[in-house]
Design a binder for this molecule. Structure first.
Ligand code: AMP
Length: 506
């Protein structure tokens, strides 16, 4: 598929169809195409760097964000979405990884040095001259060029930018549109968007919806933070396809109203990003008897997801953990041991993904610390995930390193530690996950304080660390618990003994 051609076609055939809805903000396909074209024309006219550097797009869930994304693609640029919930320091880290380029802000961005800032308001967009779209296709992002770049937590304390080409995205969409239930459907399908656009899970709903001529129904962060608003919003959503992390669905399931009566049109659940528990799947199938549930798996580095399986009542009823699915066409999964040998069915090793959705690599990183990508045709990505294959299905068994998922967010524990150590009164720190029923539910930080802070006491230290971290890390990365040992326990070879810390106070 050629995603821009598909969107253009929908805009021409159904200009009044809603492409986007969030609260009372609506945008039709006609407007999306018209305004993104006008903005693309403006970018082309005003750019002086013809190397087509990526463009940062800042904001939350608004029509302006979609207009900017498509305008970048239609003027030959990759875009880098930055959600406005990130703290200034994190935004700065992302912007400084990009070349000095444009920042399209749909809300006021706290960090703008070095960037050419364009404030995207309705007035700005509506004043742009319309663009003739007859001969614009030659300006679009080419198949082999980056279409977007998403920054994820990096173990060195600096986020790393995953580059996704147009070809990667389109191969993903060729597959995802196949199980969106859109074929033969008269009405446009409505897709739920839970994740902010700076997380790759959002690509699953945003672009599958655009590719199917559907409507994206977004839940913004104020709605997600308030149960009453959330249930009200869901009940008026008309959502057909639910896309979220399992954690978000679990949160919704805590409300007894979360059932078919609330969303009678919901017929498909898609999950990705973390383990979908059997109990959660069972509850969903019970509360939404007409819906099908899909578990999907994949990292940002291989464009959202590369495997899927329909979770039947039988699978959900079993004691065994759910599979994460069979590889999509164009993807091959290998399980390898530490020597690189391919393991047979049933044997656990590292999950390696080969195929047409594997990213060309991290942006600007010529020498990765651990060479995660494998050159060749097709490209490969060593996920750092443990798993095994059985009867054509992949099973996920956890991580080989210190990357974790908490409430659906991907976090490198080293990223948090390095930021804690930046605080002037800290000498060293280790962060460990705390689990309940096998699932990570919170983080605990063990922090060795410098003498002056020791004297001020633990309560004061806790307050100061939380305050300091709020400026450095997104909210979801700030540990819930802080402990202040005199020193960190070490293993025989001198490394921090995380196992002892994790076992210490579970
Ligand atoms: P992200 O790049 O944020 O999508 O995170 C990718 C990581 O999330 C993978 O490498 C896995 O560790 C984990 N993950 C993704 N999908 C699943 C799944 N269905 N079940 C368990 N873990 C998953």
């Amino acid at each position: 598929m050629e995603i821009l051609k598909v969107i253009k076609n929908t805009a021409e055939r159904f200009p009044d169809r809603n492409a986007f809805r969030c609260g009372d903000q609506l945008m039709t396909y006609g407007k999306l195409w018209e305004l993104s074209g006008a903005l693309a024309g403006w970018i082309l006219e005003h750019e002086d760097d013809l190397s087509k550097p990526p463009i940062a797009v800042y904001g939350h869930k608004s029509p302006g964000m979609l207009i900017c994304f498509l305008a970048c693609a239609r003027s030959g640029h990759a875009y880098c979405p930055i959600d406005s919930s990130l703290p200034a320091n994190r935004i700065e880290a992302i912007l400084s990884a990009l070349p000095r380029t444009w920042l399209l802000e749909t809300e006021d961005c706290p960090v703008e040095e070095k960037m050419r800032v364009i404030t995207i308001t309705d007035d700005f967009l509506n004043a742009l001259p319309p663009r003739s779209t007859a001969d614009e296709e030659g300006q679009w992002v080419r198949k082999e060029d980056n279409y977007y770049m998403i920054f994820t937590s990096g173990s060195t304390g600096v986020p790393k930018g995953v580059q996704i080409t147009r070809s990667n995205l389109e191969h993903f969409l060729d597959w995802s549109t196949g199980f969106a239930g859109a074929e033969g459907s008269e009405e446009p399908r409505v897709f739920l968007n839970q994740a902010p656009f700076s997380f790759d899970l959002s690509v699953m709903d945003l672009y599958t919806s655009l590719a199917c001529g559907g409507t994206l129904f977004c839940l913004d962060r104020t709605v997600q933070a308030d149960y009453r608003k959330l249930m009200e919003s869901l009940s008026s959503s008309n959502v057909n396809v639910w896309v979220s992390t399992p954690s978000f669905a679990e949160m919704c399931l805590a409300d007894p109203a979360f059932r078919e009566e609330l969303m009678p049109k919901l017929d498909t659940f898609w999950f990705c990003g973390e383990t979908l528990g059997n109990k959660t799947a069972r509850k969903l199938l019970k509360n939404f008897p007409k819906a099908v549930v899909y578990n999907t798996y994949g990292p940002t580095e291989s464009t959202v997801a590369v495997t899927s399986v329909q979770v039947t009542a039988e699978l959900a009823a079993a004691d065994a953990p759910l599979p994460v699915g069979a590889p999509k066409p164009g993807t091959r999964i290998e399980i390898r041991d530490e020597t690189g040998s391919v393991l047979p069915d049933g044997k656990e090793g590292e999950i390696i993904i080969f195929g047409d959705t594997v990213s060309p690599g991290y942006y600007g990183q010529t020498q990765p610390i651990r060479s995660a990508f494998l050159d060749g045709e097709p490209r490969g990505y060593q996920t750092g995930d443990k798993g095994y294959m059985m009867d054509g299905l992949l099973y996920f068994c956890g991580r080989m390193d210190d990357q974790i998922k908490l409430h659906g967010y991907r976090i490198e524990l080293g990223d948090i530690e390095r930021n804690i150590i930046k605080l002037p009164f800290v000498s060293s720190a280790a962060v460990v996950p705390r689990r309940r029923g096998g699932k990570i539910t919170s983080l605990a930080a063990y922090v060795v304080l410098g003498n002056c802070m020791k004297e001020r006491g633990e309560d004061e230290a806790r307050k100061e660390i939380r305050h300091g971290l709020a400026a450095l890390l997104p909210e979801y990365m700030i540990p819930k618990f802080f402990f202040f040992p005199d020193e960190l326990p070490r293993t025989a070879n001198g490394k921090v003994d995380r196992r002892r810390l994790a076992g210490g106070d579970q």
